[in-house]
Design a protein around this ligand. Structure first.
Ligand SMILES: C[S@@+](CC[C@H](N)C(=O)[O-])C[C@H]1O[C@@H](n2cnc3c(N)ncnc32)[C@H](O)[C@@H]1O
Length: 327
């Protein structure tokens, strides 16, 4: 999934820097506290004793619950085949998020919106088998993202259906890595969860600007929860009470960082933060240095697609990995 702040193309850099700093990983607990797509946790899944993964957003929980917590084979082939054959249903997604229904919103073709409704309703019948349920939900999220009529995020849609959005939705399995260790996935606020967990390596990748993920990916949450008891708001059809992260609020972000680092019961903390982030680098460094031995590693990085199209924005940006060994 093309995701704001995704570390997909930085995962090798992160893995190498983290393992060089920490040494042997095989008996370590690795926590990805702002997990998003789960790509960082996935990189460490078979290399450490346990991955703890967390995100505030439910769609991210679904992805991580599948990619990280699922670790033994699932029989899915026949189910995916059947789901790919069921006819569309004109449900909530069709009614509110495609033009054909007269909603005025053009997130999906009419046919795909109705198929999303049909498949999502059918998946609910598998709820008693949690591993399978989250596997199917993750498969739906990943597959529908490929046919969505957006420029990467769901904060808006394109006027005309782009070619990939005209293609029929094909449910593809969200394959995960098998291994013998078990892993834990949470759907909580980072600053609450940090008081309840402990481990060796804490990886932090919070938002670095004011763009709330709950608004930018609202439709993924609506499809994942299928909680349709609300009236979609305005042109974009957002749910009014989406999550507001303190890491996206100028007045709250500094104290949130401070509380998080203070309460972290982990020996090593690695923090990815962009050089254009809300908290200036020197302030962040000063804060971190209060809690232990500090160093910084920097790499140049190609900007997120939707952002690089904005005028006055350089195509490349610097990505900083702050390293703290806590006293
Ligand atoms: C930069 S993205 C992480 C990207 C991720 N590392 C990846 O490669 O896909 C930041 C994530 O932090 C999550 N988030 C924001 N505030 C949070 C909070 N207070 N607690 C937990 N997660 C939060 C967002 O939902 C988003 O998925």
């Amino acid at each position: 999934m093309n995701y704001i702040g995704s570390k997909r193309r930085l995962s090798t850099f992160l893995f190498e820097t983290i393992s060089d700093t920490v040494g042997s990983l095989k008996d370590k607990t690795f926590c990805d506290l702002f997990a998003g797509t789960g790509i960082v946790g996935r990189t460490f899944k078979s290399k450490v004793a346990e991955v703890i993964s967390n995100d505030l957003e439910y769609y991210s929980y679904v992805l991580n619950r599948n990619y990280i917590q699922n670790h033994q084979p699932i029989k899915y082939e026949e189910i995916i085949e059947k789901l790919n054959k069921i006819p569309g249903k004109k449900g909530f997604i069709y009614q509110h998020y495609c033009l054909e229904s007269g909603s005025g919103r053009n997130y999906f073709s009419g046919e795909n919106a109705a198929r999303i409704d049909a498949i999502r309703q059918e998946i609910e019948h598998f709820k008693s088998d949690e591993n399978l349920y989250y596997f199917l939900l993750a498969s739906l999220l990943e597959s529908l993202d490929k046919v969505s009529n957006t420029a990467s995020v769901y904060g808006s849609f394109l006027k005309h259906l782009k070619p990939t959005a005209q293609a029929p939705l094909q449910l593809e399995p969200a394959l995960f890595e098998y291994n013998d260790n078990s892993h834990k996935v949470y759907n909580e606020d980072s600053n609450e969860l940090i008081k309840k967990i402990s481990g060796d390596i804490l990886y932090l990748d919070p938002p670095y600007n004011g763009r709330q993920y709950g608004a930018n990916y609202h439709l993924l949450n609506t499809i994942a929860t299928y909680n349709t008891n609300f009236v979609p708001k305005g042109k974009t059809g957002t749910k009014a009470d989406y999550n507001r992260s303190m890491y996206c609020k100028t007045k709250r972000v500094y104290n949130s960082f401070n509380d998080l680092i203070k309460n972290a019961d982990f020996r090593y903390i690695f923090l990815s933060y962009n050089n254009e982030g809300m908290v200036p680098q020197h302030e962040l460094q000063k804060l971190l240095k209060r809690y232990g031995k500090y160093s910084l590693v920097t790499t140049s990085y190609k900007r997120f697609k939707a952002d690089s199209n904005r005028p006055h924005k350089a195509k490349r940006t610097e990505e900083h990995l702050h390293i703290l060994e806590k006293y």
